[in-house]
Design a protein around this ligand. Structure first.
Ligand SMILES: Nc1ncnc2c1ncn2[C@@H]1O[C@H](COP(=O)(O)OP(=O)(O)OP(=O)(O)O)[C@@H](O)[C@H]1O
Length: 245
């Protein structure tokens, strides 16, 4: 079953057409990536899907047109985004940030929320160690983990991530993608927008390549990873590393 179907999505900011006629789909249990260079329109696509910017086209979620656009309503429907800027509550403790992720389901029993907290801590032991620390004093990588953990507390049907690798050291990026791989193994459906094509394509079942607002390629993650055009444009000198796995 398709969780998300996007048809002919366009996003325009005044004279700038950031996304033109984009169509994509995400099936249940899939990890999908949208890669492309700086300014290609990746973030605008995510924002267009969620209605955070004005967009035209059709977005269907769980088979129905997506008309609800308030973040808390979307979260209650299982559509949860980890934003590029993370948007944590800096002066609140790690654990309180996580609990806020579950706010759309406050009516649920405390026990369910505790169980999810344990699940998030099992994925990110660092967050358990730092559960009382103020979010704003965490390192960039830890904050990214917290942003993902908070999104997971909403029990997403579809987890959308906007450039989770942004500004992070290579080792931390590897750790973040290792955890996304773990989530994929647990059948969490993922749509991740990334400039780090190599990591994203290794993770993804399927990928879409966006250039100057238009899709120029799509295929299985493993195929795109070895596609000469992708290698030349996005993987650069890391070709050998990509081939070596
Ligand atoms: N609020 C805005 N107003 C005007 N133009 C915008 C706005 N947001 C984005 N753009 C423009 O739209 C185009 C696509 O930007 P977008 O952020 O979607 O790209 P991106 O692929 O996510 O890039 P990056 O990887 O650098 O974040 C760019 O030319 C950008 O300057």
């Amino acid at each position: 079953m398709n969780i998300l179907e996007v048809e002919n999505l366009s996003v325009r900011y005044g004279a700038v057409e950031a996304v033109r006629g984009l169509s994509l789909r995400v099936a249940e249990g899939e990890a999908i990536t949208l890669i492309g260079p700086n300014g290609a329109g990746k973030s605008s696509t995510l924002k267009g899907i969620l209605g955070l910017v004005q967009a035209s086209g059709t977005v269907r979620y769980l088979g129905k047109p997506l008309l609800q656009r308030e973040p808390e309503v979307l979260a209650a429907m299982g559509l949860v985004m980890v934003p590029e800027k993370r948007e944590l509550f800096a002066s609140m403790a790690v654990e309180d940030n996580l609990l806020l992720g579950a706010f759309s389901r406050f009516q649920r029993r405390e026990k369910g929320i505790r169980k999810d907290l344990e699940w998030v801590y099992s994925l990110f032991p660092r967050l358990l160690e730092r559960r009382k620390q103020l979010a704003g004093t965490m390192s960039g990588g830890e904050q990214q983990m917290l942003a993902i953990g908070r999104a997971l507390m909403a029990r997403p049907r579809l987890l959308l991530l906007d450039e989770p690798s942004l500004g992070l050291a290579p080792l931390i990026v590897q750790e973040i993608f290792r955890i996304l791989g773990e989530l994929k193994a647990q059948r969490v459906t993922i749509l991740v927008v990334e400039q780090n094509a190599r990591m994203a394509l290794k993770l993804a079942d399927r990928g879409y390549v966006l250039e100057a607002g238009e899709l120029v390629m799509e295929g299985r993650g493993s195929e795109l990873l070895y596609d000469p055009r992708v290698i030349e444009s996005y993987l650069g000198i890391r070709t050998r590393e990509a081939a070596g796995g």
